[in-house]
Design a binder for this molecule. Structure first.
Ligand code: NAP
Length: 267
């Protein structure tokens, strides 16, 4: 079988460098180029801490995709750049597998329409940890019986967006099953702004940012005399890589954009 030719955007970042290590472990994948801001023209194997690849760094996606033949773009950058990269990939008939979080609904709608028009597979997943995907599905199941729910997500303090894409996605899934409800006392008021967290359809989402954390989430359901906590921890960024590989394998057979790994895992 032909190798799948992969470009990694954000390759020198924390997630991107982990993606390079994942590619190294799989003989059916080949790294053809990388994109970041600071290493233009360098080879991957010239950069400390990155695996031994010959592929070259670009700082511009359009130049990269014009010069290099690629099947898949893995994007692990930041929301604004990730959107631009995903769009450029689709326009160049390259299949995006996007872990970058923080896309707006309008951006997702536009990218979904573009993938449909081009008949090209794409996967955007706010969480590629397979355990986290299951945590979200279990939370959705529980919400049918426990409408009282709050979400606490915890991440490292370099994360730019809050709440996390996973927390929002969890809230969206819960919303599909939950009888609508405003969490907390009807007359509650905050003596400190933000004390009750962000509001999503009456659910509260609390974001913790601390050094030492990677990606963690608890969904706490309350009922008379009982609590149910569904909890997932990513202790290392390696936890996201089996989901990214899974998405790469599936994206080659898709002809539309899929938002969320669950649509592939639970198919
Ligand atoms: P990071 O360490 O800051 O890495 C970001 C990378 O993006 C760097 O390589 C950076 O290049 C590159 N970059 C920034 N601006 C760019 C631009 N204009 N053009 C090209 N490259 C650019 O961040 P991280 O922790 O790896 O996280 C990356 C993304 O993954 C975030 O959105 C995060 O929320 C998301 N994430 C997703 C999952 C998931 O499962 N879906 C899990 C964890 C994290 P330079 O180093 O040259 O500046």
């Amino acid at each position: 079988m032909d190798q799948i030719k992969v470009v990694v955007a954000g390759a020198s970042g924390k997630m991107g460098s982990e993606a390079l290590r994942m590619i190294k472990k799989h003989s059916d994948l080949s790294l053809v180029a990388c994109i970041d801001l600071h290493h233009k023209g360098k080879r991957v194997n010239e950069i400390d801490g990155l695996p031994d690849f010959d592929a070259i760094f670009y700082d511009d996606i359009n130049q990269c995709l014009a010069e290099v033949e690629a099947d898949v773009l893995i994007d692990l950058t930041s929301p604004k750049v990730g959107y631009k990269h995903t769009k450029a990939a689709l326009l160049n008939n390259v299949r995006p597998v996007v872990g970058t979080t923080g896309f707006t609904t309008e951006q997702l709608d536009e990218l979904t329409a573009l993938a449909k028009e081009k008949q090209i597979g794409a996967v955007i997943a706010p969480n590629f940890a397979m355990g986290a995907v299951l945590m979200m599905q279990f939370a959705k199941m529980a919400a049918k019986y426990f409408p009282d729910v709050e979400i606490i997500e915890k991440h490292h303090d370099q994360k730019l967006d809050a709440p996390s894409g996973t927390a929002v996605k969890t809230a969206e899934l819960i919303q599909q099953e939950r009888q609508a409800k405003q969490q907390g006392h009807p007359n509650e008021h905050e003596t400190l702004d933000g004390a009750r967290g962000a509001d999503f359809d009456g659910m509260k989402i609390h974001s913790v940012r601390l050094p030492g954390l990677v990606a963690h989430q608890e969904v706490i359901f309350g009922g008379p005399g009982e609590n149910l906590t569904i909890k997932h921890d990513s202790f290392h960024r390696e936890s996201f890589m089996s989901g990214i590989k899974f998405a790469i394998d599936h994206v080659m057979d898709l002809s539309e954009l899929v938002y969320g790994l669950e649509y592939l895992m639970l198919d």
